[in-house]
Write a protein that binds this ligand. Structure first.
Ligand code: NI
Ligand code: MN
Length: 226
């Protein structure tokens, strides 16, 4: 599994020979200053919601690579006005792309674009093909809607969940989310980028271990070993 972490909620993954990039927030992140956005490849850029810490490098990444932005209708329309290619989804909907099926699922959060434009409702993505199925939660609170994922999608191999608290669920709630989605391998994100979301790494890993779950804390610029 070729999954790489770029800080905050930014990840890339290779699926069926395509590079899928999630929530690019790299150029303003001091902890990611060794990464040059203009060197990054993407065939698709998936945006969970409109907040700056998820979309700030999306335009550059999409235009540099002629990539397609996949997000909710409002976010895709906003980037469409900047002449980025896009595929709009809305909650509960799915579409089969050449790398797999993408379902846009519920998140409990907010969403506004960097210039104040309404960003639609925030979401997450469940993505699957004949090799893998995983959940990228985006920014969200713990929500009972997560129980719908194992009822409506293939069995998850892993999930990327926010664990930093303050703006999203913290790791204790995320460990409950891992139970709701019936997934044992969790990659944490949305932690340590700035003061409000700094976490105790050992306590976070222990919170998951108590529930029989494995929490991986990725490091910026490196492949995630699943
Ligand atoms: Ni957010
Ligand atoms: Mn965020």
């Amino acid at each position: 599994m070729n999954l790489t972490f770029y800080g905050q909620a930014s990840f890339s993954i290779e699926l069926k020979g395509k590079t899928i990039f999630f929530d690019p927030f790299i150029s303003p992140n001091e902890k990611a200053n060794h990464i040059d956005v203009n060197s990054l490849k993407a065939d698709y850029v998936l945006l969970s919601h409109g907040h700056q810490d998820h979309v700030v490098d999306a335009e550059a990444l999409a235009k540099n690579n002629d990539a397609t932005i996949i997000s909710n209708y409002e976010v895709v329309s906003w980037f469409g006005a900047k002449e980025c290619k896009g595929h709009p989804l809305n909650h509960g909907g799915k579409w089969k792309f050449d790398f797999g099926t993408v379902k846009y699922v519920n998140a409990v959060h907010s969403s506004v674009l960097p210039d104040g434009t309404y960003g639609g409702n925030p979401g997450g993505f469940v993505i699957w093909n004949d090799e893998v199925c995983f959940y990228f939660a985006g920014d969200t609170a713990l929500t009972l809607d997560m129980k719908l994922i194992p009822m409506t999608c293939p069995k998850l191999d892993f999930a990327i969940l926010p664990i930093g608290d303050n703006f999203t669920m913290g790791y204790d709630d995320a460990a409950i989310a891992a139970e709701f989605i019936e997934c044992d391998n969790i990659v944490g994100c949305h932690f340590d980028t700035f003061g409000y979301i700094e976490i105790d790494h050992e306590a976070a890993i222990e919170a998951f271990k108590k529930k029989g779950k494995n929490l991986i804390l990725p490091t910026i610029g490196n492949k995630v070993v699943l």
